[in-house]
Each structure stands twice: as C-alpha cells, then as structure tokens.
Write a protein that binds this ligand. Structure first.
Ligand code: CS2
Length: 509
C-alpha cells in the first residue's frame, strides 16, 4: 500500500504546527530556500497557533520551480527534520498560503508587495542577493542586473529592485505602511537593506523620487534582525525520515539542527505575528547579537570550511574533528573575533562557545564544507575587514583572519599547478572567474594577493594599504600550496616559526 502524500488531512496532529489554514496572507517572503522553511516559517506557524491572525506567508522562490511545485502538490506543507546524533524529530509548519516563482512572474512579485493585505516583506536571499558592491558598500550600479532593473520598471529581477518597485506601486496606490525585514547574515541587515532600496529609489525622477523617499520615512520600517540555525541545502535523503516519522510522502523535507535563534528590533509599521511565542527575542539593540553571530559563528565557520576542504573533508563535522582545524577555530574565535565584539548581557560567552563547537560537530547533520565555503567573496566581506582593521590598527597582524583569506583564495583561485581538491572545486562563487584570472596572471603570490585587495572587488581597498596583512596572506597561500593547510595552521599559532617556514617555502618555489 502506498503512503498518502503530505497534506493537512494526513499529517499526524502532534507533528503539525498550526492546523488551520492561515486567515490571510500578511507576509511576502523572498527566498523560498531551506533556511526560510526551517526558520521563519516555523516561528510563524508557532505564533499563529498561539494567536491566530492574517500572517500566512506567500513564499517567493527566485528561479527554480522545484520547491514551489512540490509545496503546491503537498497542501503547501513540508517537514522540518531536526537532526542530532541523539536522534531526529519531525514537525510540519502550516504557515504558507501560496507560492510564486519570481523569474517566471516578476510582475506578480511587485503586485504581492504592493497588495494592501501585505504587512511584512521578509527576505532570505543570502549575502549574494543584495547586489551590493563590497568595495563601496553601496548598490552595485555597475552590475548588469541592477542596471537592467533600473531601466525596466515592470519586471524587476533583483531583490532590491523588486522591493523598490513594489514599494513604488504601494506608495502610488493605497500607501499603507509596511515592514521590510531582512533575515540574512549581513551586518545591520535592516539598515543596509533600507540604504540599498533608498539608493535605488534615489535614481527615480522627481517628484516621484522625493514623494517616495518621504513616504518611506513615514510608513516603511526596516528592522535589523539576527537569524541563526544551521540548515544544510538540498536534502533528498531526509524524505525518508519524514516518511518514517509521519507515515506520509514528502518530497521536500528540510533538515535542520535543533538549535534556533531569532532576535529582532521591535519596529513593525503594520503589526506582526507573535513570533515571541515561537522563541524570538525582541530588543532595541540587535547589533551586539549580529556581531556576535556573524563573527563568532559565521567567521569561524568560514575558516573551518576552507581548511577542511583543503584537507579533503566533505563536511563541517569531519573538518572540525581534525585537531588542527579545531585548534585554529578556537584561536580565531577566542583571540581574533571575541575581542572585537561585546557579547550581549543575556548570553553566557563560555556556554555560547561550547554550544558552537557542539553544533559544528553535529555529525548527523552533515553540513558540507562546500556549502559554507560557497559565495566567500560576499560572505567574507561581512566577516573579515572590520575585525582585521581593528587588529591592524592596534599594530597586530591577525594570523587566523589572514589564514582564512589565504585558505579561501587557495580554494577558489588556486595558483597554477595547485589542486585544492574536490570539495573546494565544488564551491560556487561569483568571483571565481575574476580571481582565477588574477591567480593565473600574477608574477608572484604577493602580487596576486595585492591585486585581489586592489581590484578584486571583495574587500574595501583600505585593507590593501596594510602591506603586512597582504604579505602575511601571501605567506599562508605559499605555505598551503607547499606544505598543506595543517602546516599553515601550525604556523599561524606561532608567527615566528611562520616567518621561517614561509621564507623556506618561498625559496623552494
Ligand atoms: C554559514 C551559515 O554558509 C555559511 O556561511 O556560516 O549559513 C550558517 O550556517 C548560518 O548562518 C547559521 O545560522
């Protein structure tokens, strides 16, 4: 007998969060990936279960139809499989009311944002989706996608274009207030999103431009938020777990770790679900949470991913299980990131760090080094420059931040003749072709690294003037190429030894 497909009728009630169909669609969500489905969608279902309201989510996928089609065939449901070595637990959040695929219907995305019923637009499009120039921190007016969206009014393709055009239509029709809530790992993600949307609107001709900007000031809010949950991408193998736990067929089960956290500013222009009942925290000042998360978790995560991939490790738990990677992770976290953040009072630092290592060691989850290592060109811009400048300003070269950049470059733009291995090769990064060209054409490693800082479009060019930082990164690139990541990590722990080995390493190149 074949099992029924997942639907409200067929899911065991203990697993379904919010059985009733939501009362309305108050939220348009841009980015229907695994993270949204295992994070905000769960908080929203728990909130509506506690206090019913018009907070159903219209999930907008950017390009692929796969998830939207599968959700449509499953009563807009899917399972979240929480995985830890102790076992797994399955729940089914009932918070979606519809799906769209932006690439196939850009005008419907604009209409949805402008719909008077929409009170919040939430966003998870990853760091890469904000079309920001890492060099200037402004909207990337040189990118083809942004230029196209500025020229073409009705069918925007970029996230910032969709929001700006949706808001413009809203302002010119009913002008009801709305909240735009970024849920990506960008520093001050609300403020950054607001600035990018304003830069886009700033290109409109007056008087539309000025009317829009003043309406935004009075009626649109962009709260900052910090989101946290490790959610591997793509995950067919978890459909089996859904079947075993629920007795129904699910083709798009999402894996996630048990840990979850969401902190945001209480600045909602048109109401919000009672997300606190799902465990979300509201505060006046999100920044300490963001800095703690983006540096201690995400920054360290990048180092674990690049060292691990270069060491032949497919997953983060396999990588952090290597003593040299664990040691490097502890040192970058405690010696280089921690001194640059003020941990929020409500967080016990020792406990937070202990928890991070236990989360990274979740072997059952199998989070891939290639996933965390992908898009480093945009992720590292959030994680490296400000802490690096703080250390450099105090006269110290941060060894492990340098090692992170070196390991990244070895993965994405290997010097001619160096093979970084399969896990590095499968990392995707929009900067890969550009950086690879620089690696191929540079006369020396130092020249290569300097050109990455000056012309790579990854980091603010102020970093390039710190020659001691640039040359330390070049040292580590050479050491990785000659001796492997473990030797490079050992040398980072002892810069004096590092100088000697890097000189030997140069001599033999
Ligand atoms: C990771 C994050 O891919 C990455 O760069 O560091 O996706 C991380 O897993 C999440 O931010 C955890 O909340």
């Amino acid at each position: 007998m074949s099992e029924p497909t997942l639907s409200r009728r067929h899911v065991p009630s203990a697993a379904l969060i919010h059985r009733r169909v939501p009362e309305g669609t108050g939220i348009v969500h841009l980015g229907l990936g695994n993270f949204h489905r295992a994070h905000q969608a769960v908080y929203t279902a728990l909130a509506m279960e506690r206090e019913p309201g018009p907070w159903g989510i219209l999930g907008v996928a950017s390009r692929s139809r796969a998830v939207a089609d599968a959700m449509n065939a499953q009563d807009l449901l899917y399972s979240v499989v929480e995985i830890s070595p102790e076992g797994s637990r399955v729940s089914v959040p009932g918070s979606h009311t519809g799906t769209l695929v932006a690439e196939q219907g850009p005008e419907s995305v604009v209409r949805a944002i402008a719909d008077p019923a929409t009170k919040i637009v939430t966003i998870t499009v990853t760091e890469h989706g904000y079309t920001v120039s890492p060099e200037t921190g402004s909207l990337d007016l040189d990118s083809d996608a942004v230029r196209r969206d500025l020229a073409e009014v009705r069918t925007p393709r970029t996230t910032i274009g969709q929001i700006a055009r949706g808001l413009a239509r809203r302002a010119s029709t009913h002008a009801a207030p709305i909240t735009i809530l970024s849920c990506d790992n960008l520093l001050s993600n609300g403020r950054q999103t607001e600035r990018l949307v304003r830069e886009f609107v700033g290109t409109f001709a007056p008087p539309l431009r000025d009317d829009m900007l003043s309406w935004m000031t009075s009626s649109v809010t962009f709260p900052n938020s910090m989101v946290d949950r490790i959610v591997p991408s793509g995950a067919d193998r978890y459909n089996e777990a859904a079947l075993a736990h629920l007795g129904v067929r699910d083709t798009i089960a999402v894996p996630a770790e048990p840990f979850t956290m969401w902190v945001m500013e209480e600045r909602f222009a048109a109401g919000r679900p009672v997300w606190e009942h799902g465990g979300a925290l509201f505060t006046d000042d999100v920044e300490p949470y963001e800095l703690m998360k983006v540096r201690l978790l995400n920054g360290t995560h990048s180092l674990i991913a690049y060292l691990g991939a270069l060491d032949g490790r497919a997953t983060i738990p396999e990588s952090v299980a290597q003593p040299f990677v664990e040691d490097a992770a502890r040192r970058i976290l405690c010696d280089e990131y921690l001194p640059t953040v003020t941990v929020p009072e409500s967080v016990d630092t020792v406990d937070y760090i202990r928890q991070l290592f236990s989360r990274w060691s979740n072997t059952a989850l199998g989070h891939r080094t290639s996933q965390v290592g992908s898009d480093g060109s945009v992720k590292l811009a959030q994680r490296i420059p400000i802490p690096a400048l703080e250390h450099l300003g105090r006269g110290t070269v941060p060894q492990y931040l340098s090692l992170t950049v070196a390991a990244y470059l070895c993965c994405i733009a290997p010097l001619p003749g160096f093979d970084p291995g399969p896990h590095a090769r499968s990392m995707t990064d929009p900067a890969r072709p550009r950086l690879a060209g620089m690696a191929d054409n540079a006369a020396s490693t130092t020249e290569f690294v300097r050109s990455v800082f000056v012309d790579g479009g990854l980091f603010p060019s102020t970093l390039a003037s710190h020659t001691e930082f640039v040359s330390r990164i070049a040292d580590f690139v050479d050491i990785i190429v000659r001796h492997g990541p473990a030797v490079a990590a050992a040398e980072a722990s002892d810069p004096d030894l590092g100088t000697i080995t890097s000189l030997q390493s140069r001599a033999t190149i």
